[in-house]
Design a protein. Structure first.
Length: 336
């Protein structure tokens, strides 16, 4: 690390992923005389901000707090912003700014970064490998450093053996042996085993507010139509496809709403009759699972539709660049 790195800046929160990372990095950086700094964004009274400051102070690490900007857009609200999001997240050899390892000049890479990940939720190697690819391309596109503490075989073992409890035991052991003082600081919405420290507030209080994002149903359907049809053809026969289209369910509905396919499978396996299948499909058509028009979609605190809304953002991401042959076309629009 030493020849290439003079500074590591770590995103610190009130959770235990980043606390585990800072405990390990603090030892590494001191040994190799590398500067370690931490930062947290959010309102001054947010649990992540409060706890991160305590951790940094306990370890005597310089800490920077970026106040929450009410005008900041954490999700794209224009098509060109989705283009930029996709562009900075992906790799393409035909790009003016292509650099190996999926990094770009647009990301303004000046220092090394690490973000804590909830890898313990991925309880087998297939999901871990998938997480590696996804986070490396999308979440970590601005960073040229990924602390390989998570997404390892040991992590899969912990997930399969004890799930979340096993992971927390793992964190406890590492902190106890490396930075035991960090066990004296409560976690945001969660507590560690073998300690008498109660959790700081509830999990609901630790969520950051998300800005509304642009969703354009017709735009996504048109832009991704070939891929959506291919997906539909792969899972359905001609009769099923015609039935869905007759009921007013198209290839985008089929892709977004997994319940449609579950109903079809239940009918194929003779678990339900055709009449029941049609009734259930009609119910899915009438559901308000996602908007069928162009609108700004709000992500509420503890949103029950969080997963599907995140998928809607990704669909918009891909739809925004579907008509381009290379990133050079996007670079002209974004003036990169």
């Amino acid at each position: 690390m030493k020849p290439q790195i003079s500074l590591i800046q770590l995103g610190l929160t009130g959770g235990y992923d980043s606390r585990l990372a800072v405990a390990i990095l603090n030892k590494i950086c001191k040994k190799n005389e590398i500067i370690l700094k931490t930062y947290t964004g959010g309102s001054i009274d947010h649990p992540d901000v409060i706890i991160a400051k305590k951790i940094a102070k306990k370890l005597n690490i310089p800490h920077e707090h970026t106040p929450f900007d009410k005008n900041a857009k954490t999700y794209p609200s224009e098509i060109y912003e989705y283009m930029k999001s996709f562009y900075t997240s992906q790799g393409d050899f035909d790009s003016n700014n292509y650099v190996h390892n999926y990094t770009r000049k647009i990301a303004n890479l000046t220092i090394m970064n690490h973000y804590g990940m909830d890898a313990y939720k991925r309880f087998n190697m297939i999901k871990l490998h998938s997480g590696n690819r996804w986070f490396a391309r999308r979440t970590l596109f601005k960073n040229n450093f990924f602390l390989p503490l998570f997404y390892m075989e040991n992590d899969a073992f912990l997930g399969i053996l004890n799930g979340r409890d096993g992971y927390r035991e793992f964190i406890y052991e590492v902190l106890k042996r490396s930075e035991p003082e960090l066990l004296e600081i409560s976690g945001a919405g969660d507590s560690l085993p073998q300690t008498n420290i109660k959790a700081y507030k509830n999990k609901e209080d630790t969520e950051h507010v998300k800005s509304p994002f642009l969703w354009d149903y017709k735009f996504v359907k048109r832009a991704l139509n070939p891929l959506l049809l291919k997906n539909m053809d792969k899972k359905t026969g001609l009769k099923t496809k015609l039935l869905l289209l007759t009921l007013g369910l198209n290839e985008l509905d089929f892709f977004i709403n997994n319940q449609i396919y579950e109903i079809i499978k239940a009918y194929r396996n003779k678990k339900i009759s055709l009449r029941v299948a049609i009734r259930k499909l009609f119910e899915e058509k009438r559901s308000n699972l996602y908007p069928k028009e162009k609108k700004l979609v709000q992500i509420e605190k503890n949103d029950e539709k969080m997963k599907i809304k995140r998928n809607m953002v990704i669909l918009m991401d891909y739809a925004s660049i579907a008509d381009f042959h290379a990133f050079k076309d996007i670079e002209k629009i974004l003036k990169i």
